[in-house]
Design a protein around this ligand. Structure first.
Ligand code: SAM
Length: 256
């Protein structure tokens, strides 16, 4: 099933109650679900999904979620995922970013001439198995115990790239949701200080707001290049933006 990951759980949970068989199939029968949609918001969301070119492209390319195209677009421009890289994908469910990472870092070893990479994805939710990735379901990445586990699973204990498309369940109160997401991004900085190789990259989702500078400044202390990126696949009417930090500095442990 191709999903709009952020809104999916909130809107479809009520729609799909009593339609569990739909969840088990890879294809979402939009017509059938539309009939079950109860509210105007659900109808609007489903209609938008149905006409979204990225949802269609995700179906065609067998990506689990349209968000794959956000990462593909960012990577196309900045080349953060290279064969041989070791990647941590935080908030990985349903797994589209991990799918992209597996392809880009050659963790399946499909290109015999290139280095083999490694991908580890984790999420609070269940993540269906994905060839080429180690997945930790029901894991809170902000928990130091989970972070230690991730480090233990990384070959050599080091990573080249940390990805985070993590998002809390939105309350609808924009400033509060923004602050919660900023705190989640900040909690990843400890992990970044411990595992990222010099020269490594960090990409995190943010809902823009008053505290965006806090995380941006912390990243600037640790990385040589920090910028906002808004891929075309990210909806223009969404506060979603991404912070891309590249060229991890050599000695971030002295950073407050
Ligand atoms: C927008 S979705 C990610 C979509 C994913 N990048 C993909 O392409 O399939 C955000 C995810 O962040 C997860 N998440 C939120 N807080 C988390 C936490 N503390 N630890 C791990 N995952 C978390 C949610 O469960 C949700 O699945």
């Amino acid at each position: 099933m191709v999903r709009d990951c952020g809104l999916m759980a909130a809107v479809l949970s009520s729609v799909l109650q009593g339609a569990k068989s739909l969840v088990q199939h890879r294809r979402l029968h939009v017509t059938s679900v539309l009939e079950k949609a109860k509210t105007g918001a659900e109808h609007r969301w489903l209609a938008r999904q149905n006409s979204d070119p990225y949802v269609k492209a995700a179906h065609r390319n067998n990506y689990r979620c349209r968000s794959a195209f956000k990462l593909l677009e960012i990577d196309e421009k900045y080349k953060i995922l290279l064969p041989g890289h070791h990647v941590i994908d935080c908030g990985a469910a349903p797994g589209a970013w991990s799918q992209v990472a597996v392809e880009k870092v050659n963790s399946l070893g499909e290109d015999l001439k290139a280095s083999f990479g490694f991908v580890i994805g984790l999420d609070l939710l269940h993540i269906s198995p994905l060839e080429g990735a180690v997945l930790l379901s029901h894991s809170d990445v902000t928990d130091p115990v989970t972070q230690n586990k991730v480090i233990g699973l990384l070959p050599s204990g080091k990573a080249d790239v940390i990805l985070s498309d993590m998002a809390p369940n939105a309350s609808g109160i924009r400033e509060m949701d923004h602050q919660r997401l900023v705190s989640m991004c900040i909690s990843l900085l400890d992990l970044s200080d411990r595992v990222l190789r010099p020269g490594g990259s960090f990409l995190c989702k943010l809902w823009d707001g008053s505290e965006s500078n806090v995380i941006r400044d912390k990243l600037r202390q640790r990385f040589q290049d920090v910028r906002n990126v808004k891929p075309k696949a990210s909806r223009t009417d969404s506060a979603e933006t991404f912070l891309l930090a590249r060229l991890h500095k050599k000695n971030p442990s002295s950073v407050p």
